[in-house]
Ligand binder design. Structure first.
Ligand code: FES
Length: 102
């Protein structure tokens, strides 16, 4: 059964910053983008490389390796060479703790 896991204090992730973490062996990228928190799998579906250094614009992250793009909110693939969506995870602030559901 899924449960909310404490990741870090919300104050540790200022506006427009990000942090790569691993939860139960799964690489996850947490972002504070324009004052909204997102949690996505930190692994591009093209060649399984990390998205953590990718540029974000308009709610879309661009893979730094070959340019695939994904929606931060839904994980939907928006540009090739990837064709599969990435996983996203519910994220919330609870008593100043950032939590994801995993
Ligand atoms: S690994 Fe991301 S586009 Fe190739």
């Amino acid at each position: 059964m899924a449960e909310w896991l404490d990741i870090m204090r919300a104050s540790e992730l200022p506006l427009n910053t990000r942090k790569a973490i691993v939860v139960s062996g799964t690489p996850i990228l947490i972002l504070n983008y324009e004052n909204t928190y997102y949690a996505i799998r930190n692994q591009c579906t093209h060649q399984d490389l990390p998205l953590s250094e990718g540029e974000v614009e308009g709610g879309i992250i661009t893979c730094p390796f070959h340019g695939a793009q994904f929606c931060l909110k839904t994980g939907e693939v928006k540009a090739p060479p990837a064709f599969e969506d990435i996983e996203t995870y519910p994220i919330r602030v609870h008593q100043d703790m950032l939590q994801i559901e995993a």
